[in-house]
Write a protein that binds this ligand. Structure first.
Ligand SMILES: *[C@@H]1O[C@H](CO)[C@@H](O)[C@H](O)[C@H]1NC(C)=O
Ligand SMILES: *[C@@H]1O[C@H](CO)[C@@H](O)[C@H](O)[C@H]1NC(C)=O
Ligand SMILES: *[C@@H]1O[C@H](CO)[C@@H](O)[C@H](O)[C@H]1NC(C)=O
Length: 755
C-alpha cells in the first residue's frame, strides 16, 4: 500500500498541531447579534409549549404555509409566517402501560419514558406520518392535517397506531434518520430496546421490508445515523438510490490504533427486493464508503471525523445535488468543526472503484484485486446498465460477493480536497447545517446556516477562491437565536418566505435569512458586508432585487470591493463628532467601535494649532481596546482632533471625530468653583463646562455603560446604566444638554475628594 492509500484506509491520529491548527485563532464573524438585539430589532420569534422539551423534528410545508414540529409528547402546527401566531398543538403521550414497562426496564420515568416525537414526513395530500419513541416502545401515527387550502387542522386517531420499530429510535438520545419515498420509509435506526441492533430498514409501502445483515460489523459497526436522501441516478426510476449518511467505528482501523470513528456514506437501490437463496429480506445492493473531511499537514492530516449533519442542496439537475456536511473532531485536546462539500459524482465514483477486502481475521484490509462478479454489486437491476429485472435473479456469486464486501476501498474526498470552512478553538462545535442558493448580481452563491451546540447560528457564504471548483467560506454573522445556549437539534429553511426555523431542546425559533438594514448606512458598508441577499439601492442597504436597474442594486459578493462600486456615492452618513474633556495627568477614553468585528481601527491625530496629521502610534501611555483608545497621564499637548478610521479588506472609512481638550488642574479647579457659584446653571455655552464638572464630581463619572457608541449604525443606542452620567444628572434634576452623555473623562491621580 502506498502512503496515500494507507492514509485513506486508516484514519491517522488527529495531528492537529502538525497541521498548524492547534494555535489557529477562531474565525470572527463580521457581525455578532445577541438574542436581545435580534428580539428588539430583527423580530426573532420563539415557540415553546409548557412543560415540554426536546423540539427535534421540523417539517416545512410551503403549500400549507405550516411548520410542523415534533417534541416531547406533542406535535404542533405553526404558521410559517409567524411561529408565535395561531399555533395548533396535539398531545400524544405514551400510554401508561408502556411507561410502566419502560420504567421496569430501568429507564427514568420522568425523562426517558415519554413519547419523544422524532420523525415527521408528509405522507399524502391529507396526512403526515409521525413517529416517536413511545417510552421505549416506538410507535407511528398518521396525523390528519387537512387539504392544502383548508383551515389548518391537526388530528390524530390514537386507536390507529402503527408499529414504530425500525422507524423511530427507542432511546430519546438517538436521532432519527429517515426519508419517505412514495409510501416507503427508509430509516437508519437501532431496532431493539438495548440499542445494539442497528439497521438500515425499509418499511411501509408495497415492497418487502428489507434490512442490513444483523450483527456483522463489516456492514454496520455501532453506527450513528445522521441523514438519509433519495437521489435519482438517471431518468429511469429503476436506478434510483437511497443514500445514508452516518458515522461508525472504523472496522478497517488497525487494532493497535484503538477505537476510531469514521464518517460514511452508504447506498442501496430503491428497487432492491433482497436475495433469493442468500441475503433473503436483506439488502443486496448495500455499499458504503468513507467520507473524508481533513486538513492536510506536514506530518499528517487533521481529521474532522465526526459527521454531525448533511444538507442536500438540489440544483436544476436532480441527479447532481451538492452535499454540505458538518463535522467535529473526536480529539480530546482540540475542539474544532468543519464544513466539507461533496459532489454526487465523487460519491458515485467511490462506489464504482475498488472494493475493500480482508482475507481473514489476521489479514489487513486491502484493495480487492480479483474478479468482480457481474452484475457489479451496488448496481441496481435495470435496463439502463444490464439485463436483470430483480435482485432475486442475481447470480449467487454476486450475492456472496455483496455480502462480504460492503466497504469500498477509496474514500470520498471533499470538493477542493479540504474543508470549505473551519472553526477551531471557538468554544463551540457545529451540530446542524442548512443552505440556500441565492441569485446575486455576479452569479449564484450558496449561503450556509450552521447551528452550534451553544444556541447560535452562523451565516457563512461560499465564495470562489482561486481556480474553480475551490471555494472558501466567509463568516458573515453569528446570531444568538435562543435566550439560552442550548444545542441546536434541527434547522429548516423556507426559501420562499426567506425564513429560518431552528429547534433546540427548549424552544423553536424563527429568524429572517437577512437583515440588510443592519449592515450599514453607507454604500461601502453594505458592499463590504458581502451578503448576497442585500444590495445598496442608492440610499439604503436593502434586499437585493435581481430585476432592479443596475445602479439600484450595487453589490460585489465576490470581492466585496466598495472602491469602484461606491465611488461617486454621495450618501455618506455624516461623520459623528464627539467632544471629550480630560485633566492633565488624568485619563481619557476615545470611544470608537466599528460595527464589523473584522474591521481594524486606525487613529490619526491632528494637534490643536498644527497643520499636519499624524498617525497615532503605539506608546506606553496609550491603550488600544476593542471599544476605543484609552489615553493615560494626559498632557496638555494631547489636545486636538482624533480621527477613528475603520479599515476592512483594504478599504478605509472614517467613523468618528473625537475632539479632546486637556485642561490643567488649575483650570479644572477654577471651573469647579465657577460651577458651584453658578448653580442653578444659566443657559448658554457655559453648560459645556457644567457637563464636564459633573463628570469629575464624586460618583459622577460614568461606568462603561454610559458610553455612547461612536459607531455609524442604525438602531437604538445602548441604554446608559444606572450609574451613568445621564442618570446622575436626572437624579440631581439638572437641566442638561444632550451631548453630555457623550462626554467622558476619567479622574486623574488626584482623588475625587479633592474636588
Ligand atoms: C407574531 O405573532 C405574535 C402573536 O400573535 C405577535 O405578537 C407578533 O407581533 C407577530 N410578529 C410579527 C413579526 O408579525
Ligand atoms: C392518506 O393516508 C391516510 C393513512 O393511510 C389515509 O387514511 C387517507 O385516506 C389518505 N388520504 C388520501 C387523500 O389518500
Ligand atoms: C503631573 O505628573 C508629573 C509627574 O508625576 C508631575 O511632575 C506634575 O506636577 C503633575 N502635574 C499635575 C498638574 O498634577
Amino acid at each position: 500500500m502506498g502512503r496515500a492509500v494507507a492514509a485513506a484506509m486508516i484514519p491517522g491520529l488527529a495531528l492537529l498541531w502538525a497541521a498548524g491548527l492547534g494555535d489557529a485563532a477562531p474565525n470572527l464573524p463580521r457581525l455578532r447579534l445577541s438574542f436581545q438585539e435580534l428580539q428588539a430589532q430583527h423580530g426573532v420569534r420563539t415557540f415553546r409549549l409548557e412543560r415540554t422539551c426536546c423540539y427535534e423534528a421540523l417539517l416545512v410545508d410551503e403549500e400549507r404555509g405550516r411548520l410542523f414540529v415534533g417534541a416531547e409528547n406533542h406535535v404542533a402546527s405553526l404558521s410559517l409566517d409567524n411561529i408565535s401566531k395561531r399555533a395548533k398543538k396535539l398531545a400524544w403521550p405514551a400510554p401508561v402501560e408502556w411507561r410502566e414497562e419502560c420504567n421496569w426496564a430501568g429507564k427514568d420515568i420522568g425523562t426517558e419514558c415519554m413519547n419523544f416525537v422524532k420523525l415527521l414526513h408528509t405522507y399524502n395530500h391529507t396526512h403526515l406520518l409521525a413517529c416517536g419513541t413511545g417510552a421505549f416502545h416506538p410507535t407511528c401515527a398518521f396525523v390528519e392535517v387537512g387539504h392544502r387550502l383548508e383551515e389548518p387542522m391537526l388530528r390524530l386517531d390514537l386507536k390507529k397506531l402503527e408499529d414504530g420499530k425500525g422507524k423511530s429510535p427507542y432511546d430519546p438520545r438517538h436521532r432519527a434518520a429517515s426519508v419517505l419515498v412514495g409510501e416507503e420509509l427508509y430509516s437508519g435506526v437501532a431496532a431493539d430496546l438495548m440499542g445494539r441492533d442497528f439497521t438500515i430498514f425499509r418499511s411501509l409501502g408495497q415492497n418487502p421490508s428489507l434490512r442490513t445483515e444483523p450483527h456483522d460489523s463489516r456492514w454496520l459497526n455501532e453506527p450513528k445515523f445522521v441523514k438519509v436522501f433519495w437521489i435519482p441516478e438517471s431518468e429511469n426510476p429503476d436506478d434510483d438510490k437511497i443514500y445514508f449518511f452516518f458515522r461508525e467505528s472504523a472496522v478497517e482501523a488497525a487494532p493497535a490504533m484503538g477505537r476510531m470513528t469514521v464518517s460514511r456514506v452508504g447506498q442501496i437501490c430503491r428497487n432492491d427486493l433482497g436475495g433469493q437463496r442468500s441475503l433473503v429480506n436483506k439488502w443486496t445492493t448495500f455499499l458504503k464508503a468513507r467520507l473524508v473531511c481533513s486538513v492536510p499537514g506536514v506530518e499528517g492530516d487533521t481529521h474532522f471525523d465526526q459527521l454531525q449533519d448533511v444538507f442536500l442542496l438540489t440544483s436544476r439537475d436532480r441527479q447532481t445535488p451538492l452535499l454540505y456536511a458538518v463535522f467535529s473532531t473526536s480529539s480530546g485536546v482540540f475542539q474544532g468543526s468543519a464544513v466539507c462539500v461533496y459532489s454526487m459524482n465523487d460519491v458515485r465514483r467511490a462506489f464504482l472503484g475498488p472494493f475493500a477486502h480482508k482475507e481473514g481475521p489476521t489479514h489487513q484490509w486491502v484493495s480487492y484485486q480479483g474478479r468482480v462478479p457481474y452484475p457489479r454489486p451496488g448496481m441496481c437491476p435495470s435496463k439502463t446498465f444490464g439485463t436483470f429485472s430483480s435482485t432475486k435473479d442475481f447470480p449467487d456469486d454476486v450475492i456472496q460477493f455483496a455480502r462480504n464486501h460492503p466497504l469500498m476501498y477509496n474514500p470520498v474526498l471533499p470538493v477542493g480536497g479540504r474543508p470549505l470552512f473551519l472553526q477551531v478553538g471557538a468554544g463551540y462545535t457545529f451540530t446542524q447545517i442548512t443552505a440556500d442558493r441565492v441569485a446575486a448580481a455576479d452569479g449564484h452563491y450558496d449561503v450556509l446556516f450552521i447551528g452550534t451546540d451553544v444556541g447560535t447560528v452562523l451565516k457563512v457564504i461560499s465564495v470562489p477562491k482561486g481556480s474553480r471548483p475551490n471555494s472558501e467560506g466567509l463568516l458573515l454573522e453569528e446570531l444568538q437565536v435562543f435566550e439560552d445556549s442550548a444545542t441546536i437539534t434541527s434547522m429548516q429553511i423556507s426559501s420562499k418566505r426567506h425564513q429560518l426555523y431552528v429547534a433546540s431542546p427548549s424552544a423553536v425559533a424563527q429568524i429572517a435569512l437577512h437583515r440588510c438594514t443592519t449592515l450599514g448606512r453607507a454604500c461601502a458598508e453594505c458592499c463590504l458586508a458581502r451578503d448576497p441577499y442585500c444590495a445598496w439601492d442608492g440610499s439604503a442597504c436593502t434586499r437585493f432585487q435581481p430585476t432592479a436597474k443596475r445602479r439600484f442594486r450595487r453589490q460585489d459578493i465576490r470581492n466585496g470591493d466598495p472602491s469602484t462600486l461606491c465611488s461617486g456615492d454621495s450618501s455618506h452618513p455624516a461623520l459623528l463628532e464627539r467632544k471629550v474633556l480630560g485633566v492633565e495627568n488624568g485619563s481619557a477614553f476615545l470611544e470608537c467601535e466599528p460595527r464589523s468585528l473584522q474591521a481594524q481601527v486606525e487613529w490619526t491625530f491632528h494637534r490643536a494649532g498644527e497643520v499636519a496629521h499624524t498617525q497615532v502610534l503605539a506608546e506606553e501611555r496609550l491603550e488600544r481596546t476593542a471599544r476605543g483608545l484609552l489615553l493615560h497621564r494626559l498632557r496638555r499637548q494631547d489636545s486636538g482632533v482624533y480621527l477613528c478610521v475603520a479599515v476592512e479588506q483594504g478599504f478605509s472609512r472614517p467613523l468618528c471625530r473625537l475632539v479632546l481638550h486637556v485642561l490643567s488642574a488649575v483650570q479644572a479647579e477654577r471651573l469647579a468653583r465657577a460651577e458651584e457659584a453658578a448653580a442653578p446653571a444659566p443657559p448658554g455655552p457655559k453648560l459645556w463646562y457644567r457637563d464636564f464638572l459633573q463628570l469629575v464630581e464624586p460618583g459622577g463619572g460614568g461606568g462603561a455603560n454610559s458610553l455612547r457608541m461612536c459607531r455609524p449604525q442604525p438602531g437604538p443606542r445602548p441604554q446608559p446604566g444606572p450609574h451613568s452620567v445621564a442618570a446622575e444628572s436626572r437624579r440631581k434634576g439638572r437641566n442638561r444638554r444632550m451631548h453630555a452623555s457623550e462626554l467622558r473623562a476619567e479622574r486623574g491621580p488626584r482623588s475625587a475628594a479633592h474636588w
